[in-house]
Design a protein around this ligand. Structure first.
Ligand SMILES: *Cc1c(COP(=O)(O)O)cnc(C)c1O
Length: 381
């Protein structure tokens, strides 16, 4: 029996990464900054296909942090943030001494509900006498959030948007790439994301000025002077020229990786279409084009006759890695007492949802093996 471990989402090298790293070694650019960093930023700008300026950083979390700084978020401020997400969307709010206000998801995209966002803004204005300083919607699992509705509310209340596109490189909303809607956006190249630099991220900026200021903040905020002089608090957040070399290699296969993740999603849906009580996160209509970073299922135990935990434990027995959906931020011990606007959409998804192995290096046979476990649990083997 073939029982090799199937992982959720592994790094998937394209073959040209080491060439760029070798170049860095040959020219002794083994530092933050360098030709690979510039090249990677240009590749990303071309890929996003909008007038945007990219700054490569050490992590997606660092990108969110530097974005919020430039939106003026500071002590005493509030930031409206999607609750159903990974903690890195919200942590930088706290780094700045500000407080999150969590907003529930809507059931179509599993992302920020425009209705609850409006309710949150209205209520914070009533209770605090001021509106949130920024809005952080997330394109979770690669599914674009309802950006038209969210941007309309943001414009109406004149609140800037920082898009968390960490999981959504290659996803499109109305034909436009995720990460090109907000005032700022973050991308992530962590090990399990769509493409990886072993660890890294980027801030998507609207203007060259903002990009320049981001680079300044990310390299310890050194003033123009022959000696080391500082008038601002700086950070050491720049991407290294070695990591960016991996990134340049990954850019050559990004389109293939997106295509393969979409193929894997379609294959799962075909293999499991006749299993009652198991549903998928799908593009709600033609405006949405997810990269399907991870294929997610939701089990309705009343219909299915089994639970998400039944599947997850059976997968573990079969040496297959799966993961429950993100635990909403408003349920996290660290954010106890934080204001929350919404119902139980995110909570229900957390209770009943599961991420299936979706890495672009998985074979059709691997996907079949995973689907068979679900089918066996459902008595449909
Ligand atoms: C991965 C991720 C981040 C953070 O990116 P890092 O590069 O790991 O710091 C932020 N938000 C979401 C939704 C993510 O999945």
């Amino acid at each position: 029996m073939n029982n090799k471990r199937i992982w959720l989402s592994l790094a998937h090298m394209g073959g040209h990464e080491q060439k760029f790293i070798q170049e860095a070694f040959d020219t002794n650019w083994v530092v933050p900054l360098g030709p690979n960093v510039d090249g990677f930023e240009k590749d990303l700008e071309a890929f996003l296909a909008q007038e945007r300026h990219i700054v490569a950083l050490s992590a997606g979390t660092a990108a969110i942090h530097l974005g919020l700084i430039q939106l003026g978020v500071g002590p005493g401020d509030e930031v409206a943030c999607q609750s159903f997400t990974f903690s890195a969307s919200a942590n930088p709010i706290k780094y700045l001494g500000a407080d999150p206000v969590f907003v529930d998801s809507e059931p179509d995209t599993w992302n920020m509900s425009p209705g609850f966002l409006r309710e949150a803004i209205e209520d914070r204005i009533a209770k605090m006498g001021k509106k949130p300083k920024a809005i952080i919607p997330v394109h979770l699992y690669g599914m674009p959030a309802k950006m038209d509705e969210i941007m309309a509310i943001a414009r109406e209340y004149e609140i800037p948007v920082l898009e968390d596109a960490a999981e959504a490189i290659g996803s499109e909303y109305k034909g436009r790439k995720c990460g090109t809607f907000g005032e700022f956006a973050c991308l992530s190249f962590n090990g399990n994301k769509m493409i990886t630099t072993s660890g890294g991220g980027a801030l998507v900026c609207r203007t060259g000025e903002e990009a320049k200021h981001t680079k300044f903040l990310a390299t310890q905020a050194r003033d123009q002077a022959p000696h080391y002089q500082h008038s601002h608090i700086g950070y050491n957040y720049r991407m290294s020229n070695i990591c960016a070399g991996i990134g340049r290699g990954q850019m050559l296969v990004l389109r293939d990786h997106v295509a393969r993740r979409r193929e894997i999603n379609a294959l799962y849906r075909k293999l499991l279409e006749d299993v009652p009580g198991v549903s998928f996160l799908v593009n709600p209509n033609a405006d949405f084009n997810s990269n399907h970073w991870l294929t997610c299922i939701v089990v309705n135990p009343d219909v299915a006759g089994f639970s998400r935990e039944d599947i997850r434990m059976k997968m573990e027995e079969e040496n297959i890695e799966t993961r429950p959906l993100w635990k909403p931020m408003h349920l996290q011990p660290v954010f106890a007492g934080t204001p929350y606007y919404g119902g139980n959409t995110a909570e229900k998804l957390f209770d009943n949802g599961l991420c299936l192995p979706s890495g672009s290096s998985l074979s059709d046979e691997d996907i079949q093996r995973v689907a068979d476990v679900v089918r066996e649990t459902a008595g449909k083997a």
